[in-house]
Ligand binder design. Structure first.
Ligand code: PEP
Ligand code: CO
Length: 461
């Protein structure tokens, strides 16, 4: 296996290879019960075709570089955890519809292009706070995502099974195939902007507001057609795939050397990969693995992350300071963000590191409802985003984008929004395998509110 030598500024000179992470400590390492079975599976995976082409990852990095320059906004969104059971063409389509609708609302309200990245086609692994739990008197592993074990509360079902890596790959392949069909084959044509509005959304106040935008787009398209203007970008969209790179055996098996341009390694399981907040130690396995691949990367930053740690991540993951390479995703919670985020942004800016700043208003605002379900309040989600815009306005930096957990389904997992989902209603349609997601109405509602923030921000520039 060939090895790249990488000098990280301020750090030791170390050789990187796709398996150099195996020599590092790691949080959340999966306890696979049978190492031979794992090896056999990863060998099979490493012979499978890549899921993405390196050139697509480079194109996303270019688009993120535009975001960094303040010329575009990025919407990264999708399920907290994809599952094998709930996989269907309709669910993939409906998730895409919400993202397309939100992107249109953002672009229409603020006049900036929206880069679209799904938490999709690989978002199968979850870092859980506890390794084990007791269910009906029995101690078992916690659910770690379908890539690792089953949600079903049973000691055997909760034992990590490496065959799940193959199932994840297969489902990611089918998902990406369908998404490529939808985004390039006519479904995402701007002329069909009305068709993305689902019946239950269309009858809501935000659905009607969306219809007004869609009618405005129809008129603009008519004018363009009359003037002879036509372009591919009116008929197709780019939707990039991303997930948390948590199970490194899977990521390593899909890491390939780009045979067309140069000899850089790419993790071909997705266009963009991110490191979760629990696995971001500088000398640990997840940072070690991802520093060596050419994909655009994200790192989640929680409220307790220190300035030195953030600067260390920038040095280690982007020593060449390439614009578009690194996105820092703050997930601090509505009450902490105004206090904790400004010093990090200022330090990164003063050190001259190019990064995209993104706000994840979901993971710092989770709590258990009176009825015992994990939930989030719509107002806290929007509140964190509004505070994030204020922080950037006061520092003169660009609020690059948002990172959301949502679904196209009509679920009742987050409280509030225009449907005023109450504590008692949470049980009605609570389907998530992990964290509570915004439903399609709440997502569209949020897009309108973010659009207004973005418009206001830009008019004050
Ligand atoms: C997630 O994005 O689903 C997640 C677990 O995030 P974090 O690492 O920010 O907790
Ligand atoms: Co989550």
């Amino acid at each position: 296996m060939s090895v790249n030598s990488t000098q990280t500024q301020g750090g030791p000179t170390t050789a990187w290879s796709p398996d150099s992470w195996t020599h590092c400590d790691a949080e959340k390492r999966v306890a696979w019960p049978d190492e031979d079975a794992l090896q056999e599976v990863t060998k099979r995976l490493s012979r499978m075709p890549p899921l993405i082409y390196a050139g697509e990852a480079r194109r996303l990095a270019d688009e993120l570089a535009r975001v960094e320059r303040g010329e575009a906004f990025v919407l990264q969104a999708g399920d907290c955890a994809e599952t094998f059971d709930e996989f269907s063409a309709d669910r993939v389509r409906d998730g895409l519809k919400v993202i397309l609708q939100m992107a249109i609302v953002l672009t229409y309200s603020a006049g900036v292009p929206t880069v679209k990245i799904g938490r999709v086609a690989g978002q199968f692994a979850k870092p859980r706070s506890a390794d084990t739990e007791v269910v009906c008197g029995e101690t078992m592993n916690t659910y770690q995502g379908d890539m690792v074990n089953s949600r079903f509360a049973d000691v055997d079902a909760r034992t990590p099974n490496p065959e799940n890596l193959i199932r994840s790959y297969d489902q990611a392949t089918a998902t990406l195939n369908l998404l490529r069909g939808f985004t390039k084959g006519g479904f995402a044509d701007l002329a069909d902007v009305h068709a993305w509005n689902r019946a239950f959304v269309a009858s809501s106040s935000e659905g009607r507001r969306y219809e007004a935008i869609a009618t405005g787009i129809d008129k603009a398209l008519e004018l363009m057609r009359a003037c002879g203007v036509d372009s591919r970008s009116l008929h197709e969209v780019d939707l990039y795939a991303s997930h948390e790179a948590l199970v490194l055996a899977y990521e390593q098996a899909l890491t390939r050397q780009d045979s067309t341009f140069g000899d850089r390694w790419y993790d071909c399981s997705a266009h963009m990969l991110w490191i979760g907040t629990r696995t971001k130690k500088l000398d640990h396995a997840h940072v070690e693995f991802l520093r060596g691949v050419g994909n655009p990367l994200g790192v989640k930053i929680d409220k307790d992350t220190e300035v030195d740690h953030v600067l260390g991540l920038c040095e280690r993951l982007n020593p060449e300071r390439t614009p578009g390479r690194l996105t820092l995703i703050s997930r601090m919670g509505r009450t902490a963000i105004a206090d904790r985020l400004p010093r990090l942004i200022a330090a990164v800016r003063d050190a001259g590191h190019p990064v995209v700043w993104m706000c994840d208003p979901m993971h710092g605002n989770t709590f258990t409802s009176e009825g015992g379900l994990k939930t989030r309040r719509f107002d806290d989600i929007f509140g964190e985003i509004a505070a994030y815009f204020d922080v950037h306005a006061s520092l003169g930096t660009w609020p690059g984008g948002v990172h959301l957990e949502l679904t196209g389904d009509n679920v009742t997992e987050c409280l509030g929004g225009s449907d005023r989902i109450s504590d008692e209603q949470l049980h009605d349609v609570y389907n998530t395998a992990c964290d509570p997601r915004l439903n399609a109405n709440q997502s569209l509602d949020l897009a309108f509110q973010i659009g207004e923030l973005l418009d206001g921000f830009r008019s004050n520039l």
